[in-house]
Unconditional design. Sequence first.
Lengths: 256, 244
Amino acid sequence: MKKNIIFIPAVISNKGEKKLRNTPLINKIFEYSINSWKHFANKNNCEVVVLDQPIMNSNITSMAWQRYYALDMLENSNIDYDQVLIVDADTIVHPNCPNFFEMTNHKYTGVHDGVVYEWVMRSAECYSKFVFDDYKLNIWSYINGGFQIFNESHKDHINKFKQFYIENRDGLYEVESKIKLGTDQTPMNFFLQMNNVETTLLPYEYNMTGLNLSEGLTDDLVYTKLGWIYHFNGIPDNTYGNKVEYYMAKTYNKLF
Amino acid sequence: MIAIEDNNSKHQHKSYYELTKLAWQKYCDKNNIDFVLVTEKLYNVKHAKWNKHYVFDYLGDKYEKIGMVDFDTMPHWNCPNPFDLYTDEFCGVVDNSSLYWLDNSLTAYKSSFPELNIDIKISEYINSGVLFFTKNHMYIFDQVKEFYLRNQEKLDNWSVPNTGRDQTVLNLILKKNDVNKKYLPHSWNTFSMIKKGYFFHNDKLNDPTPFFVKYGNIWHFTGFSIEQRTQLIQDIWNQTKHLY
């Protein structure tokens, strides 16, 4: 029987870049996340697949773009799948999280990214001008790339997206490095809307981004009372990974 | 528009709501919408915030669809007609801009008033500063009023910090009645404007127009001091009044 898959890119950077995946604490961060997802998978008859090595040269195709090869990787590994969630490894899922795979209507599914609109607006406008021929993105339907669910019916769409990336890689890199407003996330949103892909938007409880700005990082971890999937992004961290690890450790130890 | 100067407030709001009032008046005139301004508090209601739930006492049942806005809001001069957005739903914008506040408020009201001990998801909780509904929702406001009157002494003296006044009560009563809601995009009630970055502009494209002008339909000037709010609204009005 085909199972729902939770696909977690968790590749440690070897490029010396100042990103979360290069912090000395990254193994711990990944461990909290993956363990929580394994718990969810056991409870809901899903399977966790961790991408711990790049599929291709990450100097040419950054890890953010490599996640769209999830279906290829599953097929090459002879893993039958129904729906596939690709989820960032800086997330923790609550042990009692409802089975969101049952809420997708088998549509491309995500959670609206609305904590910091100025970033979304700026990014959408820049990609519109430099990459997508002035197409006007509806930012109120903009989804966060750290939690995306799709299935076999979206294969053509994802293949086109990958092809678009391959054909425009140099230009995309130039825009990425010039404007510094994300990598795949905004183009992914353009591609969904420009191709009229039907989407299901799950509520914020299923991808609680920007916990710092949402005043959620309280001593009692208030977010654990209010939602299901905690995404530890956008946390100002001068100590480079320490704060993220601190909150993830505290959350994991509270819930599991 | 509810614009009641609250005697209990430490601040004078009139200096800016004279301007937001003008903006709403002109917007409504342009869009063939009746503009009703409520400035007088009812004699038996201490806090202005509870007055808004007497909306049907002020309006009667004359209107099919009603929009109710706080006086710290202002429509964009080209705001689409909000009454085209819905048929019979109760409409608002989800407000989870502060998880700490939300939890605090829900916990306080639910534990203080057993009849409100109702489960509500944070994605169901709406900001009460901009609401759209129909005359068929009169019973909801009746329930809020009844709740207020039953607990008037407690609510008039309510001083639990970071819990608000009527907003959480309205949300819990909406949930209790399983009201069919329509959640509007944030453009229809841009609370937390600073936190969400609406005052920035796209420096990458050298576009000086602030994001709230480009994306907001109804601006809600919350999330900063009264002094800042007054100055800001005055500045915006001075620069845009010719467009209304």
